[in-house]
Write a protein that binds this ligand. Structure first.
Ligand SMILES: [Zn+2]
Length: 198
């Protein structure tokens, strides 16, 4: 936690070692001269998984066209403007695409899979594997950028739903029959993802 906190300070270039003599200078610069971008740095740390152990920290929302978007408060109408019909059905209404029909179920292109709703990086292609299910499958998400929640929508079949931690988009489900090293299978709808090739 301490490491994460100190990395969030944006004045790494000014003074690394604080002595009584330089303390005022350091504090002054911290308080008054810092560019207002610490959240961007914090977000990139999440993306790299640097703070994956601190579950109390939530990834920050991305900035869109220079302004912060509060994804949690977007209405269905606003989401419909941003998404295709299928993307809206999958991500905002917890739908599931048919197996072997999505864009990425068989994709092997190296790159990063982002949330279709808010562009948060969610999975690396290096953790994608052929599950034989017809849905893109990964054994590990990126940092704390996805979260899970108990899903009791099918009676007698409790499942763990996977959601984007930033915008709450429904992504798919997690199962315990994945390959090493995690043994997890993140079974994700292609329509919830956008691949950015390396
Ligand atoms: Zn998202």
């Amino acid at each position: 936690m301490a490491l994460s906190h100190s990395l969030s300070l944006p004045t790494r270039t000014t003074t690394t070692y604080i002595t009584p003599k330089t303390q005022f200078h350091f504090l002054f610069k911290t308080k008054f001269l810092v560019p207002k971008k610490p959240r961007t740095l914090s977000f990139s740390l999440h993306a790299m998984g640097a703070s994956s152990s601190s579950s109390s920290q939530k990834p920050d929302n991305l900035q869109e066209a220079g302004r912060r978007v509060d994804y949690a408060s977007l209405s269905d109408g606003e989401w419909k403007k941003r998404l295709t019909e299928e993307q809206f059905y999958i991500t905002r209404q917890k739908g599931t695409e048919r197996a072997f029909t999505g864009e990425y179920w068989n994709t092997k292109t190296p790159g990063t899979y982002h949330c279709i709703c808010c562009d948060t990086p969610l999975f690396e292609s290096s953790t994608k594997f052929d599950s034989g299910t017809g849905w893109p499958s990964y054994y590990q998400p990126l940092g704390t950028n996805v979260k899970s929640k108990l899903d009791l929508s099918i009676i007698f079949m409790p499942r763990q739903e996977v959601l984007c931690a930033v915008c709450d988009a429904h992504l798919g489900h997690i199962f315990d029959d994945g390959p090493p090293p995690t043994g997890k299978r993140y079974c994700i709808n292609s329509a919830a993802l956008k691949l950015k090739p390396k």
